[in-house]
Design a protein around this ligand. Structure first.
Ligand code: HEC
Length: 196
């Protein structure tokens, strides 16, 4: 074969490769978009359910009763939501109440970035990060979504917690770190993952 033909072939092959990788990139983008939509719906369901349960418990049993209720129900609701969906669904924070909700390195890094963005003026409620990452040789889709501190939350996560509420929290969570939050600050995040 003449060297001119070889060059032409090589060029054609290179173009084909570029086209294939472009196609793969598009497919990956489409996958991520579908996963993002699904993750957002799961957060809405799980987060909405949790807030409803918390408000109900505050009304019927007051904040002390609601602490006991949260202690039992919050982990259960996360387990149920995970089993129903086949995703791993949980909450975490840079300052956790339940030590079992402590963040991994990825979650810690994303939350640190969120805290910096809030300090720079972005509203906490708008912050999320979703992407495919490699973990132990597997591709994992991760979705992290900010949970801002609202007024209601201050009853159990603020700086001025009633003595009887504080005592109940200390009894159930001797290593509690989740107090001293102000409205608008990052209380924690919803963290979802799915191995692909
Ligand atoms: C009645 C008290 C109470 C109120 C009000 C309350 N929480 Fe909590 N919160 C708890 C308890 C108890 C836990 C630990 C639950 C567990 O064991 O998983 C917790 C855990 C969390 C966690 C999981 C991470 C961690 O620290 O363990 C997040 C995030 C959180 N709360 C956010 C909020 C937000 C946001 C609000 C307001 C909308 C709120 N909480 C209101 C009692 C409360």
């Amino acid at each position: 074969m003449q060297s001119k033909n070889i060059l032409a072939l090589a060029a054609a092959a290179a173009v084909a490769l570029v086209l294939i990788s472009e196609r793969q990139r598009q497919t990956a983008n489409e996958d991520v978009a579908a996963l993002q939509t699904k993750a957002a719906a799961l957060v809405k369901d799980y987060g909405g359910g949790l807030l409803g349960v918390l408000k109900g418990a505050m009304e019927s049993s007051g904040p002390v009763g609601a602490v006991t209720f949260c202690n039992k129900e919050a982990p259960e609701l996360a387990t149920e939501a995970s089993q129903r969906s086949g995703w791993h669904i949980a909450r975490t924070s840079l300052k956790v109440r339940n030590p079992q909700s402590a963040p991994d390195d990825y979650e810690r890094q994303v939350m640190t970035e969120f805290v910096n963005r809030i300090a720079a003026g972005e509203p906490a409620a708008s912050l999320k990060r979703a992407e495919i990452v490699e973990h132990n040789g597997e591709r994992v889709f991760r979705h992290i979504q900010a949970i801002p501190t609202g007024e209601l939350c201050l009853n159990c996560h603020g700086s001025d917690i009633k003595a009887n509420v504080r005592a109940k929290i200390q009894e159930l969570y001797p290593a509690d770190q989740a107090t001293g939050f102000k409205p608008g600050e990052l209380r924690g995040v919803f963290t979802l993952s799915k191995t692909l």
